[in-house]
Design a protein around this ligand. Structure first.
Ligand code: DGJ
Length: 723
């Protein structure tokens, strides 16, 4: 029973490893500068799981801080601090009422409780605003889910400057450090870790998408957590549009993280009678370091987010890096034949198959086979793909249009635009307004028809530009709603498509990893991690990605050498071993690979298929040094199986690890090496105790100093004897 009542107006979300204790604090008005009835929803505690008998004693008012005529610090512990009354921190909810009134005053109405969910209902009686603060906790996860619903029961519209999913207070510690990711196109999910200064640290996207530049999650520790140990508090937002996450480190020492959809500027509009639900914010506490926190997120994503988590993702071939826009039936079938031979199970035709699309400046929006290239449609191509034993997949970019397209000539009003303003293109394209129901209906119509006609098993759903001049003239005062309703529209189309085509699987892509988040993963199966397929760069990208998202969602292709993006030459084996750490795909020009490369590739694809369940569904451990820079490894554990992929891009670093210490093993058990490229140091059939493997480690050839660059190896062990 994850949500339990503790005392009068106090509840606890009890997870296997944590307790999240919260309740209603109502001022009696007897203390100076307080008002009778003034309500705060307060987080009493968030940390290691407390015994049930201790819950009531933990529901104490937070340690009093100095209050003065200038400051009342109590809002730092609130679940939803409002812009109103004696609060000067970052508001999670900021409302503007009729006549410019903007100090929100809430009273507590009721708690609507279920076993795994509770709604605390608040009301701003004067203006008829109902606010529901929701807390949910599913069985078996340490993730606590929170969101807010607002309903306008008044007579006039309400506008929100901020409508976050909630604020999370991190308990008092002597210091606070944050971990997160930043990036850019082809440089996504770069890990960064820094002390949180006193002040407000904001991570945000203003692009209308999740964005390459930041990802909506944060991990906080007291400066002492490591990969393997230490307390970590994490917050993530399940949302694929613009967002903002602010960590407030107060001068008096406390810390809270508030996050939600939307960025500063556009406002949320709620007409009388309307109701709105924010996206979910998810909080996780653990005391096993960053590694355990990541594993908890992965387990949550598999257990509670992904639509088809138990399926194994196929090895796909994608034509983009091989052909670019130069797509033809014969060219694709030639690649398909090679892809099937090397072991691919799914063949995805990328951009360039539709309308007049032979370059990026035309055809987007015209979703029928290019009449010059495919006069008889795509049936022959995809029948040919299936005859080779592969499933068929296709690239689409439903939210976009080139001005040079029939669609735009017909429906110029469908794009985001402001009257009297330019319509700036990026990559020669404009954004279709998915907040409009006619646009959604059009999209679902052609997508459904396309999937049906060609029996597609897979769509790669791309999105290649940020919003600009984001207006919606027909919507009047609701125009800003497009920022969230566009994302709702994308979700709705994906959901409806999946409903109509239950066998369809979807990959989320936005110029690489621009749309990776727990919102899109609710209706997609994997994400395109980055357009940068250089194996060494990719290691750093995959490292940051792994902090929140499981390997079974991470599309990773092996492409050509030199890499088309970086011109770096990396051996085929290394490229494979890096891509095998996620959902393996192939993206190179297979027709140009030598016979030796081809045979080696086929062997590696086969090796991947053998370890695939462990990589895609196992528990991930990040081992060794800095990925892409020094010797490092990723390890996956599923039941008795242990898979290790070890890498050493360069040899000169003398401080790099020489032995690989494994993790997450049963210390009393014995493990046998079943696959090894390590030769004498870990031959097949050799046995080691779990304790030796974790305490002392393995000597791997790729970790030894003075070897060539780009050494890598795959190792599999099996637990053969348990105590
Ligand atoms: C961006 C994607 O990330 C690429 O993989 C490819 O699909 C191109 N778009 C096609 O335009």
């Amino acid at each position: 029973m994850p949500i339990i009542p503790v005392a009068e107006r106090t509840w606890a979300a009890v997870t296997p490893a944590s307790t999240y204790l919260f309740g209603v604090e109502t001022d009696t008005g007897t203390a100076p500068d307080t008002d009778a009835g003034d309500v705060r929803l307060v987080q009493w505690y968030w940390g290691p799981r407390l015994p049930e008998a201790a819950l009531a004693e933990a529901a104490l008012p937070p340690t009093p801080r100095q209050r003065s005529g200038f400051h009342d610090p109590r809002d730092i512990h609130e679940l939803l601090p409002v812009d109103g009354g004696r609060r000067w921190g970052v508001p999670s909810l900021q409302a503007f009422y009729e006549g410019g009134v903007r100090s929100v005053e809430l009273s507590f109405a009721e708690a609507v409780a279920g076993t795994d969910e509770i709604e605390l209902v608040l009301r701003d009686e004067t203006y008829g605003l109902r606010v529901g603060v929701h807390v949910r906790c599913a069985d078996g996860t340490d993730v606590v889910e929170r969101w807010v619903t607002v309903a306008n029961e008044g007579a006039a519209p309400v506008r929100f400057g901020r409508l976050d999913s909630g604020s999370w207070a991190v308990p008092e510690r002597s210091a606070y450090r944050c971990t997160g990711v930043y990036g850019a196109w082809a440089y996504e999910t770069q890990l960064q870790r820094a002390e949180l200064p006193v002040g407000e640290t904001t991570f945000t996207s203003r692009t209308g998408t999740t964005s390459h530049r930041a990802n909506p999650w944060i991990m906080v520790d007291a400066g002492d957590a490591t990969e393997e140990s230490g307390e970590v508090w994490a917050v993530a937002l399940a949302w694929s549009g613009s967002w903002r996450l602010t960590a407030q480190h107060r001068p008096e020492g406390d810390l809270a993280v508030t996050c939600g959809f939307g960025h500063d500027g556009p406002s949320v509009h709620l007409a009388p009678g309307e109701r709105l639900r924010t996206p979910s914010a998810l909080g996780l506490y653990g005391d096993g370091g960053y590694g355990a926190a990541s594993r908890a997120w992965h387990a949550y994503t598999r257990g509670h987010v992904l639509p088809a988590p138990r399926e194994e993702r196929p090895v796909l071939y994608n034509s983009w890096e091989a052909t670019g826009f130069d797509v033809s039936e014969s060219g694709q079938l030639e690649l398909a034949a090679r892809a099937a031979e090397v072991g691919a199970e799914l063949f995805v035709v990328d951009d360039g198959w539709f309308g007049t699309r032979d370059r990026d400046s035309r055809g987007l929006g015209d979703w029928w086979p290019n009449p010059g290239r495919f006069p008889d449609g795509l049936t022959r191509l995809f029948d040919g793909v299936r005859a080779l034993g592969m499933a068929a997949g296709l690239w689409v970019e439903p939210e976009m249009v080139n001005p040079d397209s029939d669609l735009y000539r017909d429906r110029p009003d469908w794009v985001l635009h402001h009257p009297g303003r330019r319509r700036d293109t990026m990559r020669n394209q404009l954004v279709l307004n998915f907040a409009r129901t006619d646009v959604r209906e059009w999209a679902i119509g052609w997508l459904d028809a396309l999937v049906g006609e060609y029996h597609l098993a897979y769509l790669k759903w791309d999105m290649n530009r940020s919003f600009s001049q984001a207006g919606w003239p027909e919507a009047g005062e609701r125009a800003d709603m497009l920022w969230s309703e566009h994302t709702d529209g994308v979700y709705a189309v994906m959901d409806e498509l999946r409903r109509r085509r239950p066998g369809l699987r979807i990959e989320s892509c936005s110029g690489g990893g621009g749309r990776v988040d727990l919102g899109v993963l609710r209706r997609t199966d994997q994400v395109w991690t980055s357009d940068n397929t250089d194996a060494r760069d990719r290691q750093a990208i995959q490292h940051g990605f792994s902090y929140l998202y499981p390997a079974g969602t991470m599309s990773a292709w092996v492409t050509d050498s030199p890499n088309p993006h970086t011109r770096r030459r990396v051996p085929l084996r290394y490229r494979f071993h890096v891509a095998m750490a996620g959902v393996l795909g192939l993206g190179g020009n297979l027709t140009a690979w030598s016979a030796e490369e081809f045979d080696e590739a086929a062997g590696l694809v086969e090796a991947y298929k053998a370890i695939r369940p462990v990589v895609q569904h196992g528990r991930l451990h990040r081992l060794g040094g800095t990925p892409g820079l020094t010797a490092s490894a990723v390890q996956y554990v599923l039941d008795d199986r242990v898979v290790v992929l070890a890498y050493n891009p360069f040899s000169p670093d003398r401080r790099a690890p020489r032995r690989l210490r494994l993790a997450g093993l049963d210390p009393e058990a014995v493990y046998e090496v079943v696959t090894s490229e390590a030769g004498a140091t870990a031959p097949v059939g050799s046995r080691r105790h779990g304790r030796t493997l974790t305490a002392l480690g393995l000597i791997l050839p790729s970790f030894l100093p003075n070897g060539p660059d780009y050494r890598s190896e795959l190792l599999e062990l099996r637990r053969v004897r348990t105590p």
